[in-house]
Each structure stands twice: as structure tokens, then as C-alpha cells.
Design a protein around this ligand. Structure first.
Ligand SMILES: [Cu+2]
Length: 196
């Protein structure tokens, strides 16, 4: 099993039971103070789009140790959640065709069936995602920045906001822990956040 698969199974098995690791300070409504960086993370079939506050898409987010990161995450299929975002963020989101093209660049083609059909099927049958952030590489319980899986259902009425302390240097992976069809195993960004 790859480290990624192990990590996913591990987190899926423990679910929300792993509270208490450093870095996850949960939902702090109204606590705008102390945030060093805000990113918007859109989940789609089958990947994530990261947009910074100025409306620029980012491949990677670099943080300094001890920065406080605010993560605003949403499902790109959730029209209500998307509508509630600042317009600069909404405008930065690639359209569905552009996202579909990314799949073909990143994900091995299906042995039978084609991408488009599998995507339509996923949109209908598995429209929900989730987002977890965890240290890249094999599972370890040593702490570091961690965002426990937040559900990102298509039916959501708004984005989910979390704040994380970048307490430890390293690379962090964003991944979806909710089965969402053919491309689900590829729905992660390894090293999408780097703390230096
Ligand atoms: Cu997903």
C-alpha cells in the first residue's frame, strides 16, 4: 500500500476521533485577529483549486513557521457556497470544462469507460467531498499542522472556515477522504502547503 492510501485509511478509520493534535483550533467565528494568511480551497471532481485572497490561483502555499492559516473550503458544485464567496475568489475558479481538462492531464485514463461519463456519474452519485490537511509522507502521530476532515457536501449552504497553526516545518498534503467516484484516489495535492 502506498503511504497515501495508508494515511487515508488511517484517517478515515479514526474520523473525527483524532481531535487534540496540535494545530487544529477548529472553528473560531469572528476571530479575524492573528490570521497571517487566508486561502480558499475548492473541491471538485477530482482535485482542489487553491486561490489566495487576491484571487490568484496557487499551486503551492508557503507559510512561515507559526503563521496562522485560515482555510475557507467549499465544494465547487455547491452553488450556494460558491455564491457566498467574495467575487474575486469566484471569478478565479476555473469553469467545469477547464477542471475536466485537468483530470485528463493528471489522472490515468480509465481501463473501460471514458473520463466524461465517469465524471457525470460521479457528479450524480457521489457529489460530496471532504478536505483534510495532514503532514505529507507516512502516517505519524508526531503532531504538526493538521486539519481534521471537514465535510464538503454539494448541499452545503456556505463554505467551511477553519484556522490552523503552522506549528511545525514540513510539507502538508490536502486530500479528499470522501469517496467521490473514479478519480477519488487522485484527489489530493501532495505538498500543497509548505511551512518553512
Ligand atoms: Cu472527493
Amino acid at each position: 500500500m502506498s503511504p497515501t492510501v495508508q494515511r487515508r485509511e488511517f484517517l478515515t478509520a479514526l474520523g473525527a476521533g483524532i481531535v487534540g493534535l496540535s494545530g487544529c483550533v477548529g472553528n473560531l467565528p469572528g476571530s479575524g485577529g492573528g490570521v497571517d494568511r487566508t486561502i480558499y480551497v475548492g473541491a471538485y471532481h477530482w482535485g482542489f483549486v487553491i486561490v489566495d485572497e487576491s484571487g490568484e490561483e496557487q499551486e503551492r502555499v508557503s507559510l512561515q513557521r507559526n503563521d496562522v492559516l485560515r482555510v475557507v473550503s467549499f465544494n465547487t458544485l455547491s452553488s450556494q457556497a460558491v455564491r457566498s464567496l467574495p467575487s474575486s475568489i469566484r471569478d478565479a475558479l476555473p469553469d467545469h470544462e477547464a477542471l475536466e481538462e485537468r483530470n485528463e492531464e493528471r489522472i490515468p485514463p480509465p481501463a473501460d469507460g471514458d473520463f466524461h461519463e465517469l465524471l457525470e456519474e460521479a457528479n450524480e452519485q457521489y457529489p460530496d467531498h471532504s478536505l483534510a490537511i495532514m503532514p505529507s509522507g507516512p502516517v505519524h502521530m508526531g503532531g504538526g499542522m493538521m486539519m481534521h476532515p471537514v465535510p464538503l457536501p454539494q448541499s452545503a449552504t456556505g463554505p467551511v472556515v477553519r484556522q490552523l497553526g503552522a506549528t511545525r516545518r514540513g510539507d502538508y498534503t490536502l486530500s479528499c477522504l470522501t469517496y467521490c467516484g473514479y478519480g477519488h484516489p487522485y484527489m489530493e495535492i501532495d505538498g500543497g502547503i509548505v511551512v518553512t
